[in-house]
Ligand binder design. Structure first.
Ligand code: DUC
Ligand code: ZN
Ligand code: ZN
Length: 457
């Protein structure tokens, strides 16, 4: 079957151009000004923006965390992702403490295979370092895993500086890339103890016990460890100006540093935690927490200048009933927000239409850069001949209002309830098949596991 997308504006990381796209089977056959080759079906996309399927390199589906399990599994999460224009997710495989990476990988395949509606891959979490884990790293590459994750906080997954140093040394040898959750765990624990002693256990204590400078400290420490190893690293979910300054300082020393941020840090501010209604405040609890308006500004500026390379979601969803676990003790609120279903429209609305970033930058941070960084380029992340036909058809004039009730994610609230988008996603194509039309998800659970190669960003 050949489809010809006619009359649209094709977006890439370099800009926009009027062009047609010819698709055959799962692949793009040609992108050109006026394609005359025959097609079985012509799709009129006059007035539409055509973007490469978005890639979300930071999701947590079907994760056991905070004494509960995320509300979205691979089926509901990937359906929501597709609806948000995301055709590939890279989720974090998380072995149980003490178990092998192989076990973790098998476990994640069991969760995802045959249940995921978009394409997918896994980063592998390293939470310890010993000769057994070291030997397993080689096998991970053979299994299509070229990126890893370490946590500087969370007792169940956290890794110390010594182990982190050794792990990074091994990844350097392999040409691997690692994303790191940067927060200073020890001092956060001390601040929590102080809040407990003072009897201040409401939601507003959450951001106060995880301040920006303790994120910046961990970023700085990670970057010095990376300096010692001489390896590029990724700061995941970077939230604030102080942490950005640490990234800038490392780059000035000559280090290669990649940074990721998320829509919640770009669109929301920490006043969400001051709502006296527990439920309205607790739904925004995530780590690191949502920061100040000045931080939002710094993040947008860094995106504009190319100093932040990707926007992912950190989709880690819990229902309001699950969030209720922390009434009277904010440390028991499961941390995380839903995000995969709204990322593209939020960034287009809050970033592109306000001219904080260009359409080309949006395309880079949502598609091209994560494809390059995580070894999927040029199969993914670009609309060009030979690439997978993953296409987002965006109507810049079809505004809509975000409502939890309209979402397919398995969550009964949305952090952006009532937000009016500028334009909206009309269609999403996954490898040459119509996966979403006007908000209806047509795709079944036949997403492909993507074997990924090395970083080329
Ligand atoms: N932060 C969250 O809020 N949830 C999941 C993992 C993380 O780092
Ligand atoms: Zn994290
Ligand atoms: Zn995360």
């Amino acid at each position: 079957m050949k489809y010809l997308f006619r009359g649209g504006t094709v977006v890439s990381g370099r800009g926009t151009r009027r062009a047609d796209i010819l698709v055959e089977g799962e692949k793009i056959l040609e992108v050109g000004r006026s394609i005359t080759r025959k097609a079985d079906q012509i799709i009129d996309v006059t007035g539409m923006l055509l973007m490469p399927g978005f890639i979300d390199a930071h999701t947590h589906f079907d994760l056991d965390v905070c004494n509960t399990t995320t509300a979205d599994n691979f089926t509901t999460g990937s359906r929501a992702a597709l609806r948000g224009g995301t055709t590939t997710v890279v989720d974090f495989a998380c072995p149980n403490k003490g178990e092998s990476l192989h076990h973790g990988l098998e476990l994640w395949h069991r969760k995802a295979d045959g249940r995921t509606c978009c394409d997918y891959g896994f980063h592998m979490t390293i939470d310890d370092w010993n000769p057994k884990i070291e030997a397993e790293i080689d096998d991970m590459y053979a299994a299509g895993i070229s990126s890893f994750k370490m946590y500087m906080t969370y007792p169940a997954m956290m890794i110390g500086d010594n182990a982190m140093y050794h792990a990074l040394k091994k990844l350097k040898e392999k040409g691997g890339i690692c994303g790191v959750h940067c927060e200073n765990s020890g001092v956060i624990d001390a601040l929590i103890e102080e809040k407990k002693a003072a009897g201040e256990m409401g939601v507003s204590s959450h951001p106060r016990t995880r301040p920006d400078f303790l994120e910046a400290e961990a970023v700085s420490r990670l970057l010095r460890i990376a300096e010692a190893v001489d390896i590029p690293v990724v700061i995941v979910h970077l939230t604030n100006a102080a942490a950005l300054r640490e990234v800038e300082a490392a780059r000035k020393r000559g280090q290669k540093v990649y940074a990721e941020t998320c829509p919640q840090y770009l669109l929301l501010d920490d006043s969400v935690y001051d709502n006296p209604d527990y439920s309205l405040a607790a739904r925004y609890v995530c780590a690191p927490p949502i920061r100040k308006a000045e931080d939002q500004k710094a993040l947008w500026m860094a995106l504009r200048r190319g100093e932040i390379q990707t926007i992912s979601t950190d989709h880690c969803s819990f229902t309001l009933a699950q969030k209720d676990a922390g009434r009277g003790d904010f440390t028991k609120i499961p941390g995380g927000l839903p995000g995969v279903e709204t990322r593209g429209e939020l960034i287009y609305t809050a970033g592109v239409t306000t001219r904080k970033i260009s359409l080309a930058t949006m395309c880079r941070v949502l598609a091209e850069n994560p494809a390059k960084l995580y070894g999927m380029f040029p199969r993914k992340g670009i609309l060009q001949a030979g690439a997978d036909a993953d296409i987002v058809v965006y109507d810049p004039l079809a505004d809509h209002v975000i409502r939890a009730a309209d979402m397919v994610a398995n969550v009964d609230y949305n952090p952006y309830e009532g937000f009016t988008t500028r334009g909206s996603i009309q269609q999403v194509w996954l490898r040459g098949r119509l996966a979403v039309e006007h908000g209806t998800v047509l795709a079944g659970p036949d997403g492909k596991y993507i074997l990924r190669g090395k970083n080329c960003l």
